[in-house]
Design a binder for this molecule. Structure first.
Ligand code: ZN
Length: 231
């Protein structure tokens, strides 16, 4: 059985992984794991002057593209798929030096991406710290009696990235009085009242909130008034 005619496109070299045992028509070497067809006759890579190329299996799109860009000579390697009645790409043959350069470019890209991610992370950290400080300052403005440590803790908790907490909302980012007060209420509820213990003991949330409301109010009042006395 003759080899099915290999796919051709202008200026594109193709090598075939044969399904049947084939020998080189020029040097008689065989069976060949890879051959090119010249005038319908199989030739080994050496006889086709392609013996210096190395095989890069398919799979890494960027590496394949760059290897072919870097390589003066590149050959598409295909295998005939009987069931699909068509040739399927298996990889490419490229110059070894080209493959090395392509690998270096891909590594450089990966390194650049890693550095960019690190830069982004540092910038987010700085933004977060700034936001947290601004949030804490706003808490201290509205609640002058709130200790610095508590203000920072509440601001930090409210501004955790990706938390969906009040500090990350649009109102929180704009540091609206409502958003800041909500964060303070939440902080007081958990730290200055038995709210969490009530929840743990099975008290429904609305009931727990009702029971602790006076305690929350008195803390807020004290924190608000502390400034009035001073100012
Ligand atoms: Zn040969």
């Amino acid at each position: 059985m003759a080899l099915p005619s290999a796919p051709r496109s202008p200026g594109r070299l193709v090598a075939v992984q044969p399904m049947r045992r084939k020998r080189c028509a020029a040097c008689r070497r065989g069976p060949l794991s890879l051959l090119v067809l010249e005038d319908g006759a199989p030739r080994c890579l050496d006889c086709a002057d392609l013996g210096h190329l190395v095989f890069l299996p398919r799979g890494d799109t960027a590496l394949t593209r760059r290897s072919r860009e870097e390589s003066g000579l590149s050959v598409v390697v295909v295998r005939f798929n009987r069931r699909g009645s068509r040739y399927e790409r298996q990889g490419v043959l490229v110059e070894e030096a080209a493959l090395v350069r392509a690998e270096q470019r891909c590594l450089a890209d990966a390194e650049a991406r890693r550095r960019r991610r690190a830069r982004d992370a540092r910038r987010r950290l700085v933004e977060d710290e700034r936001f947290k400080a601004a949030f804490a300052a706003e808490i201290r403005r509205l609640f002058p009696g709130c200790p610095d440590g508590r203000a920072l803790a509440i601001a930090g908790h409210a501004s955790v990235r990706g938390s969906g907490r009040v500090g990350r909302s649009a109102a929180g980012r704009a540091l609206s009085e409502g958003a800041v007060t909500s964060a303070v209420v939440a902080g007081v509820r958990h730290a200055d009242t038995p709210y969490d213990r009530l929840l743990m003991s099975g008290v429904p949330r609305w009931e727990a909130r009702r029971r602790i409301a006076p305690a929350v109010e008195s803390v807020l009042l004290a924190w608000r008034e502390a400034g009035e006395g001073v100012g």
